[in-house]
Design a protein around this ligand. Structure first.
Ligand SMILES: Nc1ncnc2c1ncn2[C@@H]1O[C@H](COP(=O)(O)OP(=O)(O)O)[C@@H](O)[C@H]1O
Ligand SMILES: [Mg+2]
Length: 270
């Protein structure tokens, strides 16, 4: 048996009194795209953070290709697209600076970018179709462009694993299509991808497999299986059985309407 790309074993995480993950277990093979679904508060972001090594579990363990998350991160193997709430969009960084962060592991401790670093950044920006926005402050982009900038950071990094926390929330259709196509290309090149989304309609096209999370992994299997109403009901509550799936593009579950989401939908119309 080969070593799983991601192994999460009986991981429990508390924030004070709040139990965010309760003996969650997950094993993911390399070069697969796995969709992570679960209602708000089900522990999706926490799961990403323990896989990244940003949060230490109270119990259980995480192994990335057989090694610790901190080691895997040091080796530059993990690309991370955080949920928008976890990013300080006012930070004075240009799009190019954000993507260059992916090259830190390749640079000496002076952090002076080499020709190869610049070339990798330019190439990544082209792949996400953001070349012309390279000089913009990161907060000045639309929702979809911001996500693409972080995907470019992972590409420039040469990540063998990409963790994307709700990359389609508040995002225009063009960005969603671009990101979906890129993820497919990355997986074909051997990259392992874990992606949380509320867009259940897009799941079968987006993913090879899907995981239902509710503090623990309730189910892990083919997207079609996980999407069966009785399985969704376990994770989202029984009323899902009496409710049609959200219309494509509405990103069911997101009540917040942000300036960037408005910009993104304007972009979508235009
Ligand atoms: N920094 C934090 N401090 C306290 N509670 C938190 C923190 N982050 C998340 N939580 C709580 O942990 C639970 C899981 O949160 P989270 O992992 O963000 O879920 P999801 O991403 O699925 O919405 C929720 O009840 C949330 O309120
Ligand atoms: Mg979250």
């Amino acid at each position: 048996m080969s070593t799983p790309a991601i192994l999460v074993e009986n991981v429990t995480v508390h924030y004070g009194e709040v139990l965010a993950l309760d003996s969650a277990s997950l094993s993911l093979d390399a070069a697969r795209i796995c969709g992570l679904i679960g209602m708000n508060g089900s522990g999706k972001s926490t799961l990403f953070k323990v896989i990244m090594g940003m949060i230490k579990p109270d119990a259980g363990r995480v192994l990335i290709g057989g090694q610790s998350p901190s080691r895997a991160r040091k080796e530059g193997g993990i690309g991370y697209v955080p949920q928008s709430e976890d990013v300080d969009w006012q930070f004075p960084l240009s799009v190019r600076d954000v993507v260059m962060m992916g090259r830190y592991g390749h640079q000496g401790f002076t952090r002076r970018p080499s020709k190869a670093d610049r070339a990798a950044v330019d190439e990544a920006l082209d792949r996400v179709e953001l070349g012309e926005y390279a000089g913009r402050q990161i907060g000045q982009l639309s929702g979809g462009q911001k996500k693409r900038a972080f995907v470019a950071r992972g590409i420039a990094q040469g990540a063998t694993m990409m963790l994307l926390d709700e990359p389609f929330a508040g995002v225009d259709k063009r960005s969603e299509a671009t990101i979906t196509r890129l993820l497919r290309e990355l997986a074909t090149d051997g990259c392992t991808i874990l992606i949380s989304t509320h867009d259940l309609h897009a799941l079968p096209e987006l993913c090879d497999e899907a995981v239902l999370l509710m503090r623990r992994v309730l189910m892990h299997g083919a997207p079609e299986l996980v999407l069966q109403p009785e399985n969704l009901a376990m994770a989202f509550g029984l009323d899902v059985l009496n409710r049609p799936l959200p219309e494509p593009g509405t990103h069911g579950g997101h009540k917040h309407h942000t300036a960037s989401a408005d910009a993104a939908s304007a972009e979508n119309r235009g």
